[in-house]
Design a protein around this ligand. Structure first.
Ligand SMILES: C[S@@+](CC[C@H](N)C(=O)[O-])C[C@H]1O[C@@H](n2cnc3c(N)ncnc32)[C@H](O)[C@@H]1O
Length: 226
């Protein structure tokens, strides 16, 4: 059964937040396979603002473009501890890939990541391990913003989602976001997200490949599609 609810981008973007109008934006690359679109990037910033997330976890760093986007829009840049954890592969040994994921992983391993250029790069902790070997136990209930965008083969998406749910802070506003929902390359990923029964609504933002759930946030804007 499909549990995912379609929303227009404006339904998310019109949720009130108390942040200044200004955002720091990095235009995603034109040939952006493996990266986010402009609308997806703006949607992530909005989710960051409405959850007021203090701790962020990203499955799949790739070129570090989204890591940089989140870092530059992070509200408490005076923090000295790492606040953004981002995980990627150290090598491709023993990892199963589908579609162009292997190519992206090879690019990722040799790339100088964009967040390194930020003056706040000390706030990012890079984790290098296969997500199936990653132990979430030191991070239970720690993160308010978790972005699942690593390996798109369904057993990895399931693994990353289960770890994301365990790491999501249940006592504060928060979100888990999945990329590549409705991608023609990953139909099993879409079916998996549609079948999730996690006690939270899952929304798909039309004209994007983002699906997300929320905790501790008023969802009335998202329920009234005009
Ligand atoms: C689509 S890219 C991530 C894009 C990035 N989130 C962004 O918005 O720019 C997917 C990344 O997942 C990584 N990856 C693939 N399999 C993985 C695994 N088993 N564990 C951890 N990372 C993995 C790849 O190396 C690649 O960098």
């Amino acid at each position: 059964m499909k549990n995912t609810i379609n929303i227009r981008p404006s339904q998310l973007l019109s949720i009130e937040d108390n942040f200044p109008e200004e955002v720091k934006f990095f235009m995603p690359p034109a040939q952006g396979a493996g990266s986010l679109t402009t609308l997806e990037s703006i949607s992530l910033i909005k989710l960051l603002r409405i959850t007021k997330a203090k701790r962020i976890f990203e499955f799949g760093t790739y070129k570090g473009i989204t890591t940089r986007l989140l870092l530059e829009n992070y509200p408490n840049s005076y923090d000295q501890e790492p606040v953004i954890y981002t995980l990627d592969l150290p090598n491709i040994e023993g990892v199963e890939f589908i579609a162009s994921d292997k190519e992206h992983a090879l690019t990722s391993i040799k790339s100088r990541r964009k967040y390194i250029e930020s003056k706040n790069s000390n706030l990012v902790k890079q984790l290098l391990t296969d997500s199936k070997k990653f132990d979430p136990s030191p991070y239970l209930n720690k993160f308010q913003f978790i972005f699942v965008d690593a390996n798109h083969e369904v057993s990895y998406v399931k693994n990353d989602t289960e770890k994301a749910l365990a790491m999501l802070d249940k006592n504060n506003p928060g979100t888990i976001i999945w990329h590549d929902y409705k991608s023609k390359d990953f139909p099993e990923l879409t079916n998996y997200i549609d079948s999730l029964d996690i006690g939270m609504n899952i929304y798909h933002i039309e004209n994007t490949m983002l699906a997300f759930c929320l905790i501790g946030v008023d969802e009335k804007n998202l329920k009234n599609k005009k």
